[in-house]
Design a binder for this molecule. Structure first.
Ligand code: GAL
Length: 715
């Protein structure tokens, strides 16, 4: 053999190996799943993904009912490459396109221009992708969205990278002389790095962004419909409270006629916590059966705190031991919830100590991070899933096990959790955290609506009565109205100078239950988020505005631009717009979408497609109603005692309108088999005359309403 031929032969060998490497698959397959929904299988995706371990069934019929619609981008605009065992994905971006979602952020809404590593964690004051629900789903203002269904830490560059062969490149400018020079030049792509040999991507199209979100939510099984009691007022007591302490506290709520539908117990209800036994403490709660049933007699549900780490002092420890990870957390073992046997053992334990004695649900804490308080990424799980994968889905798995357990008893639960991910839209859990910034809490509430999760801006303590009242006002317009007094022992009436206003807002929360319950039914049946970002609302066109930062060369050497965006007002249900105020503010600007809007409290006209500056006073949170808005209200009750209540039906504006009021038994899953009603409330306005009607489907009886009294709010 001549030496000259050697490189050629080596080349041939290399080519042979690169083509025949086992498992190497660089194909991209597209499959249409339903009207406006496509699945892409690119390369060799992991078997485990964000949805694979969950009990969810896409609502294909409801998706198809939305109608067929093409994707606004063509298939070949989504590019894939595989390098070094990783998948590189590129989506196109238009000049004015905006990107929402990609996790539960607390400071920003529009994600264009951001770099994120989507990683389950406790939020740490920076929108960098480390958060409680780092859902890899984005919604584009072009009318489509994409879920990167991979349970790994995913990097996303949302319009930051500039390709040298860009078809639409940014203008090259001279920083020395050109005032329009930009530190972050225009980018025409959204790029994703998946640290795996493939990815499943699910694409959703829509006539507008809300429809994209609806398809996404329906694909995840539809939104959750909480039990009716879940929409009342929740109070969590200090950690060390005993049976007597809780009973005293509940009596005080009753004496003051302050709303209360759920009492939450914190770690010390348990015989041992951090790590946990999930068994009642015999001293503080000597008779848990009686305790829970006494609460039930008062129409108060019991919710219990827990975290995932198992204590060697309890009866569960030995049973679950073979199914736990290599590392402990807070000296407790970490169950591998992805193993069916482990799930069964946990369910049996939870059933025995909680469900069978009437506990209504859990607050599942500390399944998110911080890194120091969790298993490391080198931990080994007996299922063989990596610690990274388990981190991304641990909260989802806990939701699945507990929800299935309640479902087996045909009972709905509603609780709290600190970690979620894609696929958990139908699960009855609301996210919360230890971060306590009121303004950022509202931004998170807005962001939750893009990614199919729920968030509560829970109230804990406050420096002033003004802050206390402002926080109470916003939490009462959220998915879970809760005072979490675990650390401070604060009572709703602790700030006496605003106690009347706090009472009024908690009562308004109770009054709104029929409206909120209907909003949640629309989430479950149609995928419409009950609390929504303004950009999902038709007629709202306040795009985020780029403003140049304060050009101080030392503080801001690259003159980074800042974004002014709408992140402090949101929609609740079909017609309410909520514009909170924060401590220290006496006035604010509200952006009213196109169409007439009216003041919720007075019915007065407020504006149409304009920015209005308001000075509303401390006692009320500004709320506006869309023209034709119909708001059914309960009386200002303190408990939900199973009675039927007369409805006050407030009608706003000058348009004829109708509203499809939802009702069912409020606590079982029978509604899934058709055991529910939609009552049509109609309001006709013609030639100065007003008329109304109530249509109850024949042969059906409402569960919750006794009378229908219309009230015309707008003269
Ligand atoms: C925290 C949780 C708090 C409270 C506390 C009890 O992790 O966020 O709400 O439950 O644990 O130890």
């Amino acid at each position: 053999m001549k030496y000259k031929q050697i490189p050629f032969i080596i080349g041939l060998i290399l080519l042979f190996f690169s083509c025949s490497q086992p498992g190497k698959d660089n194909s991209v397959e597209w499959k249409k799943e339903a009207a406006g929904v496509w699945k892409i299988k690119a390369g060799s995706p992991d078997k485990l993904n964000l949805l694979s371990e969950l009990t969810i069934t896409p609502k294909y019929t409801e998706i198809n009912n939305l109608g067929d619609i093409e994707l606004p981008i063509s298939k070949d605009e989504i590019r894939f490459e595989w390098i070094d065992g990783k998948t590189y994905i590129r989506f196109p971006l238009d000049r004015d396109e905006q990107i929402y979602g990609l996790g539960l952020h607390f400071k920003t809404v529009d994600q264009r221009g951001r770099i994120l590593r989507l990683h389950v964690d406790h939020y740490g004051d920076r929108d960098n992708g480390r958060t409680h629900a780092p859902v890899p789903f984005f919604v584009s203002s072009r009318g489509y969205g994409a879920l990167i269904n991979v349970a790994r830490y995913i990097d996303v560059w949302v319009g930051t990278g500039v390709w040298k062969d860009s078809k639409n490149p940014p203008i090259v400018r001279d920083r020395n002389t050109d005032r329009n020079w930009e530190a972050q030049p225009y980018s025409d792509n959204l790029e994703i790095l998946v640290p795996a040999e493939g990815a499943e991507i699910i694409l959703f199209s829509g006539t507008n962004m809300q429809e994209v979100v609806q398809r996404y939510n329906l694909y995840n099984g539809g939104g959750v419909l909480p039990p009716r009691w879940g929409l009342g007022f929740w109070h969590r007591v200090p950690t060390l409270y005993s049976t007597d302490d809780v009973e005293k506290e509940v009596s005080e709520f009753e004496e003051r006629n302050f709303p209360l539908t759920v009492i939450g117990l914190e770690p010390a209800w348990m015989s041992h916590s951090y790590p946990c036994t999930y068994e009642w403490d015999k001293e503080r709660f000597p008779d848990p059966v009686k305790f829970v049933s006494d609460m039930e007699k008062k129409h108060i549900k019991t919710n219990l705190w827990m975290n995932p780490y198992i204590s060697p002092t309890g009866e569960l420890f030995d049973k679950i031991d073979p199914y736990t990870a290599s590392h402990t957390v807070w000296n407790g073992t970490v169950p591998d919830y992805s193993i069916p046997k482990a799930r069964q053992i946990l369910k049996e334990h939870f059933k025995k100590h909680q469900l069978d004695i009437g506990v209504s649900g859990y607050k599942m804490d500390e399944n998110d991070g911080y890194d120091y308080w969790l298993w490391p990424d080198v931990a080994i799980f007996p299922s063989g899933h990596t610690a990274e994968q388990m981190r991304q889905i641990y909260g989802s798995l806990m939701m699945d096990v507990t929800t299935q357990m309640y479902r087996e008893k045909n009972l709905r639960t509603y609780g709290l959790i600190r970690a979620a991910n894609a696929g958990t839209t139908s699960y009855p859990y609301v996210l919360y955290n230890d971060y306590y910034n009121h303004r950022d809490f509202i931004t998170a509430l807005i962001n939750s609506s893009f990614i199919g999760v729920l968030w509560t801006p829970e109230v804990r303590a406050s420096k002033t009565s003004e802050e206390w009242l402002r926080r109470m006002q916003t939490v009462c317009f959220s998915p879970l109205a809760m005072l979490n007094a675990w650390a401070d022992g604060t009572k709703p009436w602790s700030f006496s100078d605003v106690s009347e206003e706090v009472d009024a807002i908690a009562k308004l929360r109770m009054q709104l239950i029929p409206y909120l319950y209907t909003a949640f039914a629309d989430y479950a049946f149609y995928g419409i988020p009950p609390m929504r970002a303004m950009v999902l609302e038709e007629g709202f066109d306040a795009e985020s505005e780029i403003i140049m930062g304060n050009l101080h060369a030392t503080d801001n050497p690259y003159a980074m631009v800042a974004k002014k965006e709408s992140k402090d007002q949101f929609m609740v249900g079909a017609s309410l717009l909520v514009a909170p105020l924060f401590a220290g503010e006496v006035s604010r600007e509200v952006i009213l979408p196109k169409g007439n809007w009216y003041d919720f409290y007075t019915g007065e006209y407020a504006g149409n497609g304009e920015n209005v500056t308001i000075t509303p006073g401390l006692s009320r949170i500004p709320v506006y109603v869309k023209d034709g808005g119909i708001i059914p209200l309960y009386p200002p009750i303190a408990k939900l005692d199973g009675q039927k209540y007369p409805l006050e039906i407030r009608c706003y504006g000058t348009q004829s309108a109708s509203y499809s009021l939802y009702d069912d038994d409020g606590e079982t899953y029978n509604y899934e088999n058709g055991d529910f009603i939609r009552i049509e409330l109609k309001y006709e306005a013609s030639g100065g005359k007003k008329d109304s009607s109530v249509t109850i489907p024949e042969g059906k009886e409402p569960w919750s309403f006794s009378e229908y009294n219309f009230r015309y709010m707008t003269p």
